[in-house]
Design a protein around this ligand. Structure first.
Ligand code: SF4
Length: 259
C-alpha cells in the first residue's frame, strides 16, 4: 500500500533512494511527464516501489511506479522496472468481456460462425429425454444412434432450452403484452392464419402466415393478436357509409353525346 511515510518494513536505503528512482524514470520517459514524488510502498526484502505523478496529457490519475532493490550487504540500489499504473481517478478501458458473452441477438453477419458448447444446457442428445449422466454413450456414438434412427440431429432442445425460448418469445414483440396484442379483437390462438408447431411448444406458440400482419413468418404466442385476425369484423360505426340512392333528374335536359 502506497504511503508518504517510510513503511516500517521498507528497506531504509531503497526507501531513501528517491533521487535515483526519479533519475531512472526521467531517463526512460523524459522529465516533461514526471511530477512530484507521491509516496512509496515496501514490496519485500530490500524491494521498494516509488510512485511519481504522471503529467502526460490524457493520463489524469495515472502514476509512474519505479521499483528499486538493494541486495543484502550492498550500499547502493539497482532499478528493477519502470511502469505506468492507473490510480483511483485514472480513466481506463472497461473490463474485457469475451466475444461469446458480448455477442447479442442479431449481431451475426453473413459468414460469422457461432458454435455452441458441447455442454450447452439448452441442448440434449437427440434420443435423450432425461439426465445426460444416465447414459453410457459418448458423443461420437450419439450421432451414429440419432442418424441410425433417422432423427438427423445429434442434439435437440433440452427442457431448459425450451423454457428459455418460450419465455423469450412470451416477453418479445409477438408475446401477449405488447400494445398490438392488447388492442387486438382476438388472439392468435383462434386465428385462421396461425400455423401450428409440432412438439412440446405446440400448445403455446405457432407461426403467423398472414402476409398483411406484422408478425408474418414469425413465431407468435397463442395470446398474441393483431387487427388482421382472420375473424376480424368492423363494427357498424366503422363500416363505410352505404352508397346514396340514385337520383332521377326529370327536370333538366341531359346533354347526350352525338355520334
Ligand atoms: S394475423 Fe394476427 S392474429 Fe392472426 S396469427 Fe397473425 S398475428 Fe396472430
Amino acid at each position: 500500500m502506497m504511503t508518504t511515510d517510510r513503511p516500517a518494513n521498507a528497506d531504509s536505503v531503497a526507501a531513501a533512494a528517491v533521487d535515483e528512482a526519479r533519475a531512472a524514470l526521467v531517463a526512460q520517459v523524459g522529465a516533461d511527464v514526471v511530477g512530484p514524488h507521491l509516496g512509496l510502498e515496501a514490496e519485500g526484502d530490500g524491494l521498494v516501489t516509488h510512485h511519481f505523478a504522471c503529467t502526460q496529457a490524457g493520463y489524469p490519475g495515472w502514476r509512474w511506479a519505479v521499483t528499486i532493490a538493494r541486495a543484502v550487504d550492498q550500499g547502493s540500489v539497482t532499478i528493477n522496472e519502470v511502469v505506468l499504473l492507473p490510480g483511483d481517478e485514472a480513466i481506463i478501458a472497461p473490463a474485457w468481456v469475451p466475444w461469446r458473452e458480448r455477442i447479442k441477438p442479431g449481431d451475426l453477419s453473413p459468414g460469422d460462425l457461432l458454435p455452441v458448447d458441447e455442454d450447452d444446457a439448452r441442448l440434449v442428445p437427440a434420443y435423450f429425454d432425461g439426465d445426460p449422466n444416465d447414459t453410457a454413450l459418448d458423443l461420437q456414438n450419439l450421432k451414429l444412434v440419432s442418424d441410425e434412427v433417422g432423427l438427423g440431429r445429434s442434439r435437440v432442445l433440452s427442457v431448459d432450452g425450451r423454457e428459455l425460448a418460450a419465455q423469450r418469445w412470451h416477453d418479445g414483440d409477438q408475446g401477449p403484452d405488447v400494445p398490438i396484442a392488447q388492442s387486438a379483437p382476438a388472439h392468435c390462438g383462434s386465428c385462421g392464419f396461425l400455423v401450428r408447431l409440432a412438439g412440446p411448444l405446440a400448445t403455446l406458440y405457432g407461426v403467423c402466415a398472414n402476409e398483411f400482419a406484422n408478425a408474418d413468418g414469425r413465431v407468435v404466442s397463442f395470446e398474441h393478436g393483431c387487427g388482421a385476425h382472420s375473424e376480424t369484423q368492423l363494427r357498424k360505426k366503422q363500416l363505410p357509409p352505404p352508397p346514396l340512392d340514385p337520383v332521377f333528374d326529370t327536370v333538366s335536359r341531359d346533354d347526350l353525346e352525338s355520334f
